[in-house]
Write a protein of this length. Structure first.
Length: 160
């Protein structure tokens, strides 16, 4: 069976940046499983999987437009330390949920100077070109229930 809208796809992947550094990998874990055609994974990767079959191995380079978007400097802000629930324990690299005009985002603490905390609301992979090494392990027909929910139900289990 080929990957198409309404199929459930399982695949192993290794994600590296343009410097060759590994950012993420499914090695040693279960393959990632998603419902194709419902924007459950980044569009550049979903597009590259279209038409593939179990056993296919390929590499794809995904630019920001097919990945996590371009960086937006307006999402970098300096706020007072008192805005955080754990003001005494802030460290660069910590991540929090925060409200922005466009909705809720994950922000990453970039820098701390006294009570001034600089946070970045960009996705950590925004602006990056990503290299995926992919091995498709399974392609199956989605159930009617999965299609109506727009996501996969793992192992036939429906706990939500
Ligand atoms: Zn569901």
């Amino acid at each position: 069976m080929k990957v198409a809208d309404g199929t459930v796809v399982s695949f192993h992947y290794k994600l590296t940046d343009m410097e060759g550094e590994t950012l993420d990998s499914s090695e040693g874990e279960e393959p990632l499983t998603y419902l194709h055609g419902h924007e459950n994974i980044i569009s550049g990767l979903e597009g590259a999987l279209e038409g593939r079959e179990a056993g296919d191995k390929f590499q794809v380079e995904v630019g920001p437009e097919g990945g996590y978007g371009e960086r937006d400097d307006d999402l970098v802000e300096t706020v007072d330390r008192s805005n955080f629930e754990v003001p005494g324990r802030l460290e660069p690299g910590m991540q929090f949920r925060a409200q922005f005009a466009g909705g809720e985002r994950i922000v990453t603490v970039q820098d701390i100077e006294g009570d001034d905390v600089t946070v970045d609301g960009n996705h950590p992979l925004a602006g990056q070109t990503l290299l995926f090494e992919v091995e498709v392990t399974e392609v199956r027909e989605a159930t009617a229930e999965e299609i109506s929910h727009g996501h996969v139900h793992a192992h036939g289990d429906h706990g939500h």
